[in-house]
Design a protein around this ligand. Structure first.
Ligand SMILES: *Cc1c(COP(=O)(O)O)cnc(C)c1O
Length: 423
């Protein structure tokens, strides 16, 4: 093995790594993490960062929660993995029952996947095959929304906003879609309604991130809007797919964003905080109506999907442990307290120069700025220097902390945001 030539200046030292969403030619060296603990990311150089974004919104109980670690250790010793065709296990069946019990009534079947994007792929395939099964094969397109984001795999990418998203290079997508604005008033809802009336014959489903569009820029819509979208979709026989991969498990203030609108989607996607952020797992939930359409005496009517690591027992044990914590610890109360603190502390940013909007929903705090005046990407390393882990993107600085964060730690996060925007 040859050591690195000292006089070759290398932008990224880890020569064999290819990092996500990263221009490898110009990106600064990534920070080297040694370990995690509670709400802290501990770097190799000894610095500790308060994590303001929960490792892409997943670590809702903080890191290394002792209960999750203990349950995973137990599972690791008896069975880290077993295939899931022709076999099943207690961790998966327990998890499926518990998920059906806490999600909106009517979602009674769980198909496990291995990540959020795969949960979305499964949802799209279920919707397409559902319409085939009921002999309406022309219903093969999807309605999705501007600023929507549903994952990085081909199908999930196809129902993300092709203009604004990360996926411009792949604009000619595999799935045929209508990319619409989320209606906001009576007039645009009427337009939406009449559009759906004219196209429903070739629309399989509508997919939306309920209440909060995450990676598209942390854009909110109301529970009334969500309920109305659901009503109109159902009226036109369009399957309603709720992608709760980011919003699920308390993030927006209720256990699921759909709860706030009082709706049951036909299909719901879960991921991210499903395991408390400890390990990857996805789940796609469906109603009995969807499930029953796949029942017949013909093998080819079955749902043709099955990732190698689906329902991984270790991941299911983490998810079961995470649900224990939601049962035994006051997570939704903590979200409420975080929301109040974010409102109190982030609204102070409203008067700072080039701040366009400050908005808070549950444990999501957003400061939107004018990017012609402020370079948010240049700000990223500055946050780490101030002891916090925040990663602004597009035109927003956002905080989505672990629900277990202390008042003082959260103040340090909001303080860092304020300080960074001060002239
Ligand atoms: C993160 C995310 C996904 C993709 O999940 P991965 O686990 O990264 O594949 C899909 N939909 C939404 C709303 C997300 O936030």
């Amino acid at each position: 093995m040859r050591l690195k030539d000292n006089d070759v200046e290398m932008k990224i030292e880890s020569t064999n790594l290819w990092l996500p969403y990263t221009q490898m030619q110009t990106a600064p060296e990534p920070l080297r993490v040694l370990s995690t603990n509670g709400c802290k990311i501990i770097l190799e150089d000894g610095r500790e960062l308060i994590d303001g974004i929960s490792s892409w919104w997943s670590a809702c109980h903080g890191y290394n929660h002792p209960h999750i670690v203990a349950e995973m250790e137990k599972q690791l010793k008896i069975m880290p993995h077993v295939m899931f065709a022709g076999l099943m296990h207690e961790q998966a069946s327990r998890l499926a029952s518990r998920l059906c019990a806490i999600t909106p009534p009517g979602l009674n079947k769980v198909f496990f996947g291995d990540s959020g994007s795969v949960a979305v792929e499964i949802a799209l395939k279920l919707a397409l095959q559902y319409w085939r099964n009921v002999e309406k094969p022309h219903k093969d397109r999807f309605i999705c929304f501007k600023n929507g984001y549903h994952g990085d795999t081909m199908g999930a990418m196809s129902v993300s906003d092709p203009e604004k998203s990360l996926h411009k290079a792949f604009r000619n997508s595999v799935i045929k879609q209508y990319v619409l604005d989320i209606p906001s008033d009576e007039y645009s809802f009427a337009e939406f309604d009449s559009l759906l009336a004219s196209i429903h014959g070739n629309v399989a489903g509508l997919i939306i991130e309920p209440l909060v569009q995450g990676a598209g820029g942390m854009i909110f819509h109301s529970a009334d809007t969500l309920a109305e979208l659901h009503r109109i979709a159902k009226k036109h026989h369009i399957l309603f797919i709720a992608d709760e991969i980011a919003t699920g498990f308390g993030r927006t203030g209720s256990m699921f964003a759909c709860d706030e609108a009082g709706i049951t989607p036909d299909i719901m996607c879960l991921g991210k905080a499903l395991t408390g952020g400890a390990i990857t797992l996805g789940a796609t939930l469906a109603t009995d109506d969807i499930f029953n359409s796949f029942l017949s005496d013909k093998p080819e009517d079955a749902f043709m999907h099955g990732p190698t690591f689906m329902a991984n027992p270790l991941a299911c044990s983490a998810a079961n442990a995470s649900l224990d914590l939601f049962e035994h610890e006051p997570r939704l109360k903590q979200v409420e307290a975080i929301e109040a603190q974010l409102v109190a502390e982030l609204t102070q940013c409203e008067s700072l120069p080039h701040v366009v909007d400050v908005r808070v929903k549950g444990a999501i705090g957003v400061v939107q700025v004018n990017v012609e005046k402020i370079d948010l990407y240049a700000m990223r390393p500055e946050f780490a220097k101030r002891g916090v882990w925040l990663r602004p993107f597009k035109d927003v600085i956002y905080i989505m902390p672990p629900f277990t964060i202390s008042k003082d730690e959260l103040s340090q996060l909001t303080g860092a945001v304020r300080m960074m925007l001060q002239p």
